[in-house]
Write a protein that binds this ligand. Structure first.
Ligand SMILES: Nc1ncnc2c1ncn2[C@@H]1O[C@H](COP(=O)(O)OP(=O)(O)O)[C@@H](O)[C@H]1O
Ligand SMILES: [Mg+2]
Length: 299
């Protein structure tokens, strides 16, 4: 992904976080204000502000290494943010560790346990909570068809396709019934076709289960296709570069991605993300690629 210098200059002139007002009015389920996190000399996230309303599907895109997973680790309660960061959940200020167990979280590398069947992988969180194994298993078995796993409950992960394994991990996350779900690049490793099918399927499941979803992706099409709102993060240290409301009708169908409105929104997100990708690229010590056409010099 490259942009020319004239494009960079134009983007640099554009105001940052152009439409911070695209968030719906409160009350919010989750509020993050001035969220920052340093690891030694690396500042992963700095001054991240966003508010998520109940029932929203918010997608987060940003260059690799900009702090997306760090942000999720904080909201999942696994990592404390630095002093001065403000977190509010259900209207009350809180420490990150107080959120542990209050949100359901599918980490970027959510490995299924190879020695456990589909059902036994799906019920892990409930088992840890001390719920009855028998009741959890019965509930998981009932959910199999909805997750495209009918007849596969007693299979082991190695017997499943990549898409099916992701659906088991998603089923586990949905079964841990919390209003807020964090999904960190859940379809990142899937081929394009499977990925498109999984996106449509996830929207159906989301509609049925009425949860609030924060979803990280590298893929701008995916971010727009799924989200009510897209948050574009800056290069590290990550903060909000742009928030964009995605006013596309639901239910969303495959044709949507070729509609003029989708393409208009995609252009806005791509411009923001490409500028940030270029910053990360330059920060890594690489020379800027020359993509603007140079005048031909005749000998
Ligand atoms: N536990 C950690 N210890 C030290 N550095 C970390 C840790 N977690 C993340 N980082 C660093 O923070 C930055 C952001 O990482 P991450 O949040 O994984 O980015 P992303 O998910 O956007 O690719 C990276 O430079 C990464 O190396
Ligand atoms: Mg990540």
């Amino acid at each position: 992904m490259t942009i020319g210098h004239s494009g960079l200059a134009r983007l640099a002139a554009a105001p940052d976080a152009a439409s911070a007002s695209s968030a719906p009015a409160g009350p919010y389920l989750l509020e993050m204000k001035g969220l920052s996190k340093r690891f030694g000399s690396v500042t992963a996230v700095s001054g991240f502000d966003a508010s998520i309303a109940p029932g929203e599907f918010v997608t987060v895109v940003g260059p690799s290494g900009c702090g997306k997973s760090t942000l999720f680790n904080i909201v999942a309660g696994l990592e404390e943010p630095d002093a001065g960061s403000i977190l509010r959940f259900e209207g009350k200020g809180c420490h990150a560790h107080e959120l542990l167990g209050k949100v359901s979280f599918m980490p970027q590398r959510d490995l299924l346990l190879p020695w456990r069947t589909v059902i036994d992988n799906a019920v892990i969180a409930m088992e840890i909570e001390g719920r009855s194994r028998k009741a959890s298993r019965a509930e998981a078995r009932d959910m199999l068809p909805e997750f495209g796993l009918a007849g596969f409950g007693d299979q082991y992960p190695h017997q499943l396709s990549g898409g099916m394994r992701q659906r088991v991990a998603l089923m586990r996350t949905f079964m841990f019934k919390r209003e807020l779900m964090l999904l960190d690049e859940p379809f990142g490793a899937l081929d394009a076709l499977t990925r498109t099918m999984m996106q449509r399927w996830l929207l159906d499941v989301w509609r049925q289960h009425k949860r609030t979803i924060l979803f990280i992706t590298h893929d701008v099409d995916e971010a727009l296709f799924l989200g009510d709102r897209v948050i574009v993060m800056s290069a590290r240290p990550g903060r909000v570069k742009l928030e964009l409301k995605v006013d596309l009708p639901r239910p969303r169908s495959a044709e949507l991605v070729t509609s003029p409105e989708f393409i208009r929104l995609k252009r806005i997100v791509l411009e923001a993300i490409e500028e940030e990708a270029m910053k990360s690229f330059l920060a890594s010590g690489a020379a800027a690629p020359q993509t603007d056409a140079m005048p031909e010099v005749q000998p």
